[in-house]
Design a protein around this ligand. Structure first.
Ligand SMILES: [Zn+2]
Length: 432
């Protein structure tokens, strides 16, 4: 098997791996300025997409700009999310040199799309392919590829079920440390499938980090949000539209916190409700959605809400645009108010700037923020222990580490622990 890394090798963003010159796994977009696409011209016979985040699916429409019409294989939610993201990319960057595709190419995605449930094998570019729940966001998949000689498992982004044993049988997730808090995510079940594989390409986003217990993170978020509300303040919760927004809706509903929902998160929440079999508890998501008031943004509504004693979940998660940019100037001067960041803040984003300096640029103006700024790790990725536990099922396999800031360090640690592991460089091909 020939494995070529066109993106996502020793980096996060624009994931793309080409198998045997014919089968493409993921084709993502890195949202830096300018946008970055996977390397080279590629003309695959078929594409399989692991999940509907921009850095895994965002560049897919650009594969349909020429004469070829390769089928795109994915789960139904991934298809829907990828289409939504493509429309959004067109809104932000359409008709510029940065965006090599148009509405026509996005429409073509629907013509070549083939959706698959988890666990049912299909043929793509002559390979036998099977998708398994990856526990990252609704519809996210581990991709198992068999070319007749070699079995490859591409993890995609994933979060394992807690306490899964080596064969992948999950322990009872519901009662942990004497609390009733589920330890995994509220939105999706953790990954438990550990299909046999000769080669594993594993993500390593949090290979150097141990996440705090989810129940403790939730509890702290809830207690501090309630404190701000008691004190008469407003809590702005910047969220990523896909996954994080719905997770926080579920947290708010379960804690009895009323909230508003704004930005692209509204559209994605409604979209995900159409795929109840891909979420952990569709009734809970229904309740959580009803618990939130959707902001229309009409007639100065945002200004009014920002003065209320309430919680507002809104995109963008790193404060780089979206309605959050209109809320922060309204609430920033009062130290009773709070901005509760719910995810990783990439260097160079206003969210990172705010955390580091207490000020950031919003809509072209640098503003100091007196409101409290807090950060919570609601990660949807495996951490150091989760990756270690997952890989114990693949002791005899070749491990290729990608999708991380320290891929070489993690590969080295794996080798020290007896694994056959390496971190391929961008633009290299590995033959196994
Ligand atoms: Zn992802």
């Amino acid at each position: 098997m020939n494995i070529e890394f066109l993106g996502g090798a020793r980096e996060i963003g624009r994931s793309a791996v080409l198998i045997n010159d014919s089968l493409l796994l993921d084709y993502g977009l890195e949202t830096s300025t300018p946008l970055q696409y996977p390397l080279g011209e590629v003309d695959p016979e078929a594409i399989v997409v692991s999940h509907g985040h921009l850095d895994h699916s965002g560049a897919v429409p650009s594969l349909l700009t020429g004469d070829s019409r390769p089928p795109i294989h994915w789960t139904a939610p991934t298809r829907a999310l990828a289409l939504t993201l493509a429309e959004d990319t067109l809104k932000l960057h359409g008709n510029t040199l940065q965006c090599p595709f148009t509405e026509t190419h996005v429409r073509r995605m629907t013509q070549v799309s083939e959706t698959h449930p988890y666990g049912e094998s299909f043929t793509a570019a002559g390979h036998r392919v099977t998708l398994f729940n990856a526990g990252h966001i609704p519809g996210s998949a581990h991709i198992l590829v068999d070319d007749g000689e070699t079995k490859l498992l591409y993890t995609g982004d994933f979060k394992p079920a807690k306490h899964a044993d080596e064969r992948g049988n999950p322990a009872d997730d519901e009662e942990v440390n004497g609390t009733d808090q589920p330890m995994g995510q509220r939105l999706v079940d953790g990954s438990t499938a550990r299909p046999e594989a000769d080669v594993v390409i594993t993500e390593s986003t949090y290979a150097d980090v141990t996440h705090r217990e989810r129940s403790a993170v939730e509890q702290q978020f809830v207690e501090r949000a309630k404190t701000t509300l008691w004190e008469g303040g407003t809590v702005i919760v910047p969220v990523f539209a896909i996954g994080r927004a719905q997770e926080l809706l579920l947290v708010c509903e379960s804690a009895g916190i009323d909230c508003y929902l704004d930005g692209m998160a509204k559209e994605v929440t409604q979209l995900l409700r159409q795929y109840p079999s891909f979420v952990k508890d569709a009734d809970a998501l229904q309740r959580a959605t009803s618990n939130a008031r959707f902001v229309t943004g009409r007639d100065g509504q945002r200004k009014r809400i920002a003065r209320k004693n309430t919680v507002i979940l809104t995109t963008a998660g790193m404060l780089g645009g979206g309605p959050v940019v209109s809320y922060i100037p309204e609430i920033r001067q009062n130290p009773t108010n709070k901005i509760a960041l719910t995810g990783y803040q990439v260097d160079g984003t206003p969210g990172r700037e705010l955390l580091d300096t207490g000020r950031a640029e919003f809509d072209g103006r640098v503003l100091p923020v007196s409101a409290q700024v807090e950060q919570y790790n609601f990660s949807a990725h495996a951490d150091r222990e989760g990756l270690g536990q997952f890989l114990t099922s693949y002791r005899g396999s070749t491990i290729l580490v990608n999708h991380g800031d320290n891929c070489t360090g993690f590969a080295k640690r794996l080798r020290e622990n007896g694994f056959d592991a390496q971190a391929p460089e961008l633009a290299t091909a590995i033959v196994v």
